[in-house]
Ligand binder design. Structure first.
Ligand code: ADP
Ligand code: MG
Length: 321
């Protein structure tokens, strides 16, 4: 199978390649053409996933296709953007039809869930990796950046954290668990749900936002730095996860909620007056702390004792439980 046949069979003919409102020209020419609505800015983000680094070299290609798209689409959610389109640069060791069929099916399914049109890409031979670039639009001036947090605001998350990190030993085959525990965790790792609608609902309300990809502590430190404020996380307010706590116990679950990446849940700061309306529409939203004057990120327990781990971020928590 030649390069053009491969592109045609698996990607150009996928349902998600049929275009959309803001797609003036899709796959097949030297460039795709986008026509963003007047008054909107284009939001663009790229993510690369490398086999053996960002996912196990041997894994289900359908799940990988879903995940590759979801991790990029989540950046649009974090910016408050509406989804428009994506490109796919795919490097493959060989053209394995079974692999390509599964991968394209997973990619297409997630693309349709996220309303993202495939508008182009590149296909090359080499060690397995994939780069997805997503394009979205947001009304000028309303994008959710990291730099607007102010003392007195609330720190919120859009859902449960730590579950994708809890799934990692299961993904890597280092550990087994009953289906009731393993399935919800594995779903969180392989099929993150980009919070696009929540991101859009936060336009004009949240003062800073991002999606948690490296761990809540590490990602909050990005907001703290960009906004020149301190963030305080109240550990007991982090949403509970029955499967995570059943698999690893409360203490380790807390470490993962603070330090593990890959959840792709939104974290944002919010002036308190916006909380009642938002939390009635978004029951999965949790207030987990507050913004203070100062710098850095602190974690407090229920008694207010500082329990900040010495090193934040995902590296610290890579050791097996
Ligand atoms: P060029 O020679 O201009 O780089 P290519 O031969 O790489 O073009 O690609 C031909 C067309 O197919 C282009 O429109 C490109 O965007 C698209 N394309 C290539 N690879 C992919 C892919 N993996 N998924 C979707 N579209 C692709
Ligand atoms: Mg090319």
């Amino acid at each position: 199978m030649g390069e053009f046949e491969l592109i045609r069979r698996y990607f150009a003919s996928a349902a998600c390649a049929a275009g959309g409102e803001a797609v003036a020209l899709g796959i097949g020419d030297d460039c795709a053409l986008l026509a963003p609505p007047a008054g909107e800015q284009l939001a663009i983000s790229t993510d690369t996933l490398v086999a053996g680094v960002h996912f196990p070299a041997v894994c289900d290609p359908f799940l990988l296709g879903q995940r590759a798209l979801a991790v990029s689409a989540s950046d649009l959610a974090a910016m408050g953007a509406s989804s428009v389109a994506f490109t796919l640069a795919l490097t493959l060791p060989d053209a394995d039809p079974a692999w390509l069929e599964g991968f394209a099916r997973g990619l297409n399914q997630k693309a349709q869930e996220c309303a993202l049109a495939l508008i182009g890409g590149d296909t090359t031979r080499g060690p397995l990796s994939m780069t997805v670039t997503v394009f979205g639009t947001v009304p000028a001036g309303l994008a959710l950046t990291r730099s607007g947090a102010r003392p007195g605001e609330l720190l919120c998350v859009g859902g449960v954290l730590g579950e994708a990190g809890g799934a990692l030993p299961l993904v890597l085959g280092e550990r087994q668990a009953d289906a009731a525990v393993a399935e919800p965790l594995l779903a969180r790792y392989w099929s993150p749900q980009p919070q696009l609608a929540l991101g859009q609902a936060l336009r004009g309300k949240a003062s800073a936002a991002l999606d948690v990809s490296d761990g809540l502590l590490a990602d909050c430190s990005h907001i703290a730095r960009a906004s020149s404020v301190a963030l305080v996380i109240e550990a007991e307010r982090l949403p509970a996860s029955a499967p995570l706590e059943a698999l690893l116990g409360a203490q380790r679950a807390l470490q993962l909620k603070l330090g593990a990446g890959d959840d792709y849940v939104l974290a944002f700061t919010l002036p308190p007056e916006h909380l009642p309306e938002l939390s009635s529409n978004w029951p999965q939203l949790h207030v987990v702390g507050r913004v203070e004057a100062g710098s850095g990120v602190r974690v407090l327990d229920a008694k207010g004792v500082d329990i900040t781990p010495r090193q934040g971020g995902y590296l610290h928590f890579m050791e097996s439980p």
